[in-house]
Design a protein around this ligand. Structure first.
Ligand code: NDP
Length: 397
């Protein structure tokens, strides 16, 4: 299928060198490549060699590395290609300013917020993988997309599933949304067993192949915690309407329950290209070369209640949702600092949640967000406090 055969859809890919970014370029190829998409910008951070290859292969007009120190290397890689090069925060600003109908927001972490927000304000439709935008900026982000005139299309497989299962004409009859969770590699482990796990064990997801942060987040269930907050803002539901169910096979990607007792679900192989393709070709369904479900082979689908004792991140998400205001931004920022400390082997796996909780409690008096300045200020303060708590934990160890 060709998207906009006569007028290719202009697409920018923020975070093109990552797991979602690379899958996005694969989907672009499957959907007709340059006949269907006019790639405006590709962005990366460390991996400038891959970024340059992607820029040349896709015919992008601008390539941006977020890392100022990599500017010369990227320039050298692209010399003579006619592709413009930029770097750093200002480079990401240039990326956001480039004309694009669609932006795939696939930078990892809060670093994605500023460029994605700027692109939304300019009127781009946002295919959102970077959940941290919604967790941190919440309704301010949703409002910015609306004010810009674009749309917000979720790429997270769970939220894509809900988006696909949510009948807008029956919005009033939505009772609950049910996020499925694989349970990650430690689904059956005790806290004592989880206490000393390594980064290598924590990143080995049983079903999905993903970037480092989300893989670790799946093991700690912090990723599901972020997704609960993401769901609240995307679908405008109350916290008590958001449920999580552990479903180890990752076949049902999520569900919507209605007032008549019906539950509508979206199913598929655990392959992000389905959700990416859905977002890139929206509102049509593309032809995609992904593995089809064979129900006879599957034979069973299992479900378990999540355990908030062993996975306290879920409880923290509920707390953040109940407290409201900037608690989502605070939880997200503290968790990001704790994640880096775990990856650097400065703290243990279980301490990530302890650190996020300590910071959330210390900042419980922070008010709501009237503007993005409030979001960035809360984010910075939460990072400062989290770094302090990490240092205390290190000394105590
Ligand atoms: P990866 O770590 O694989 O890729 C992250 C991308 O962001 C890379 O292009 C990386 O560049 C770039 N990047 C890293 N740090 C910065 C920075 N400071 N400033 C700007 N760019 C930066 O992540 P994923 O693709 O796994 O995830 C991306 C987002 O999508 C996350 O928010 C994640 O939660 C979400 N998501 C991912 C899913 C998946 O299957 N992977 C599923 C659902 C959601 P470089 O590699 O060059 O350093």
């Amino acid at each position: 299928m060709m998207i906009g055969k006569d007028t290719p859809r202009r697409l920018s890919i923020f975070g093109s060198t990552g797991s979602i970014g690379q899958n996005t370029l694969d989907v672009v190829q499957q959907l007709g490549g340059r006949d269907s998409f006019d790639i405006s910008v590709v962005t990366g951070n460390e991996n400038v060699e891959l970024l340059a290859q992607q820029a040349k292969a896709s015919g992008a007009r601008l390539a941006v590395t977020a890392n100022d120190g990599k500017y010369e290397a990227l320039k050298a890689e692209l010399s003579g290609s006619g592709i413009a090069v930029a770097a750093g925060v200002s480079g990401l600003g240039e990326a956001a300013d480039m004309e694009a109908d669609w932006v795939m927001a696939a930078i990892v972490g809060t670093a994605g917020l500023a460029p994605t927000l700027a692109a939304a304000r300019r009127g781009a439709t946002i295919a959102l993988a970077n959940k941290e935008c919604l967790v941190s900026a919440g309704d301010l982000f949703v409002d910015a997309v609306k004010a810009g005139g674009g749309q917000l299309i979720p790429v997270d497989s769970e939220h894509s599933a809900i988006f696909q299962s949510l009948d807008e004409a029956q919005r009033h009859a939505v009772e609950r949304i049910i996020l499925t969770a694989s349970g990650g590699p430690f689904r059956t482990w005790s806290r004592a067993e989880m206490a000393n796990v390594t980064v290598a064990t924590a990143r080995a997801h049983p079903n999905w192949s993903m970037g480092l942060k989300i893989s670790i987040g799946s093991a700690s269930m912090f990723n599901k915690a972020l997704e609960m907050i993401e769901a609240k803002h995307l679908f405008d539901v109350r916290p008590d309407q958001i449920e999580v169910i552990v479903h180890p096979q990752s076949i049902i990607h999520s569900m919507v329950g209605y007032t008549d007792g019906s539950v509508i679900a979206q199913l598929g192989s655990p392959d992000m290209r389905t959700a990416i393709g859905y977002a890139l070709d929206y509102p049509r369904r593309p032809q995609l070369n992904v593995e089809r479900l064979d129900f006879a082979k599957l034979s069973r689908l299992d479900f378990e209640a999540p355990d908030e004792e062993r996975f306290p991140a879920l409880r923290l998400a509920r707390t953040a949702l109940e407290r409201g205001g900037l608690q989502g931004a605070i939880m997200n920022a503290a968790e990001e600092v704790a994640f880096h400390a775990f990856v650097d082997e400065r703290i243990g796996f279980l301490q990530m949640a302890d650190i996020a909780e300590a910071v959330m409690d210390r900042m419980v008096g922070t008010g709501g967000a009237r503007s993005m300045d409030d979001v960035f200020a809360a984010d910075a303060e939460a990072r400062r406090l989290a770094a302090e708590v990490v240092a205390i934990n290190e000394k105590a160890a």
